[in-house]
Design a protein around this ligand. Structure first.
Ligand SMILES: O=C(O)Cc1cc(O)ccc1O
Ligand SMILES: [Fe+2]
Length: 424
């Protein structure tokens, strides 16, 4: 696979020599008779640092498509309005198996936790995608939000309008809103999905960390142009205002021969994350593990932070090293790609999920507490592990599927029952 590197870079790529106009975006006649089309990911007048747009040069413009009609997908929910009243308990789910019945990415989406409202361009959703079939002559366009895919089981071959991305567990994909894509898989596949209705994800500020560290811009990879010249009818599935719609068109939507700009799908390998931690004492706030952030208008208060807990050394002296007991104003949806999470060594399983909504107390289970309270404080490597968190300023409301679909761990709170009262 061939990629171009750099978060937010101004990329330029052509699958056919000479297809990209030089020195202008919209010549009177684009090269090779292609159509020039602009896709903007920010308001025209957004500040330069946040301005995102790409020019695509395609065999036919996207406007050549039939009328959209409703498409039922009863498991896919949108915004706080589609959630149900959610108890202020710590919540955890066992891994949900990929059903044997044939399903592609769109059919396999199962919404779990919701907040905000895409009409107001605020909030996010956490979904699972449980599927086993490749999308065939079918593309998905999400106009409601950007998608952040965190594959947990099975690799993804993603074809987008701008080219191809191969993404396997341990890596993530960021698919901007409004850009068509299609996903091919080899077998049963489980993906955690963050649908971000708010401001586009960006790299966090580094403050005193300096000019390097955490996720480095150059490790984000964008595709090169890869035109799909297959003929015949294509189905376009569009998520628009919380509903799915379908239309057909007589050609592939992946008919882009060349493109340039900084609005692009990206992949990132979390193995490249430069993890920073305490080299003196105390367990730091998990914000040091932020890979990407979707800010709100309130400084430092994210619509969504994507945070990872990667392999790392623990060396802090006279310190309880796992997370402390806490309750936070922010809401925390977590998943586990592989290995063990130090606060919950047994009950939180790869493919599982947890939700600790704003001001819901949580922290290490009894086993983790006892172990960490008595462990010799030699340097210790937390290895072969990758947990992550979608952290939001907005409380999550669960779907009926999440709360009553059978995967909820009814005994979760028991993991703290063994914590003894301190002597009086
Ligand atoms: O609750 C969790 O497991 C996530 C988390 C991890 C951490 O190291 C500190 C705070 C926090 O919310
Ligand atoms: Fe937490």
């Amino acid at each position: 696979m061939n990629y171009q590197s750099g978060f937010g870079n101004q990329f330029a790529t052509e699958a056919v020599a000479g297809a990209l106009p030089v020195g202008r975006n919209s010549p009177q006649r684009a090269p090779h008779g292609l159509y020039a089309e602009l896709i903007s990911g920010s308001a025209f007048t957004a500040p330069r640092a946040e301005n995102q747009r790409s020019w695509v040069y395609r065999r036919r413009p996207s406007v050549v498509v039939g009328a959209f009609t409703p498409l039922a997908q009863p498991w896919l929910k949108t915004g706080a309005r589609d959630g149900i009243d959610t108890p202020p308990n710590p919540l955890r789910w066992h891994p949900i198996e990929v059903p044997a019945a044939s399903a592609d990415f769109v059919e396999g989406l199962r919404s779990i936790a919701l907040n905000g409202d895409p009409e107001a361009q605020t909030g996010m959703a956490a979904h699972l995608a449980l599927f086993n079939r490749s999308m065939d002559k079918r593309a998905f366009v999400n106009a409601d939000g950007d998608l952040l895919l965190v594959p947990q089981q099975g690799a993804l071959q993603i074809r987008t309008e701008l080219g191809l991305l191969d993404v396997k567990p341990g890596e993530i994909a960021l698919l901007p809103r409004g850009i068509a894509f299609s996903i091919a898989v080899d077998g049963p596949t489980r993906v955690y999905v963050c649908e971000n209705y708010g401001a586009a994800f960006r790299l966090p500020e580094l403050g005193p960390i300096g000019s390097n560290g955490l996720a480095n811009a150059r490790d984000f990879l964008a595709p090169v142009a890869a035109v799909d010249d297959t003929t015949g009818e294509f189905e376009i599935v569009k998520k628009y205002g919380g509903a799915l719609w379908r239309a057909t068109q007589p050609h592939s939507p992946f008919n882009v021969v060349a493109w340039h700009g900084n609005l692009a799908p990206l992949k990132y390998d979390t193995a490249h994350f430069n993890t920073i931690g305490s080299i003196s004492f105390d367990h730091p706030d998990p914000s040091i593990f932020t890979v990407l952030t979707s800010p709100t208008d309130t400084p430092g208060t994210a619509n969504c932070d994507f945070v990872i807990f990667p392999p790392r050394w623990l060396v802090a002296e006279d310190t309880f090293r796992p997370p402390w007991y806490h309750r936070n104003v922010m809401s925390e949806f977590m998943g586990l790609v592989y290995g063990q999470y130090d606060a919950k060594p047994e009950g939180f399983r790869p493919g599982g999920m947890s939700l600790h909504n704003g001001m819901v107390p949580h922290g290490p289970d009894t086993e983790a507490f006892d172990k960490a309270s008595n462990a010799p404080l030699a340097p210790h490597k937390l290895d072969n592990t990758l947990a992550f968190m979608f952290e939001s300023r907005w409380r999550f409301r669960l779907t009926e599927f999440a709360l009553n679909g059978g995967a909820l761990d009814a005994a979760y709170a028991d993991c703290w029952a063994g914590l003894k009262e301190a002597a009086r």
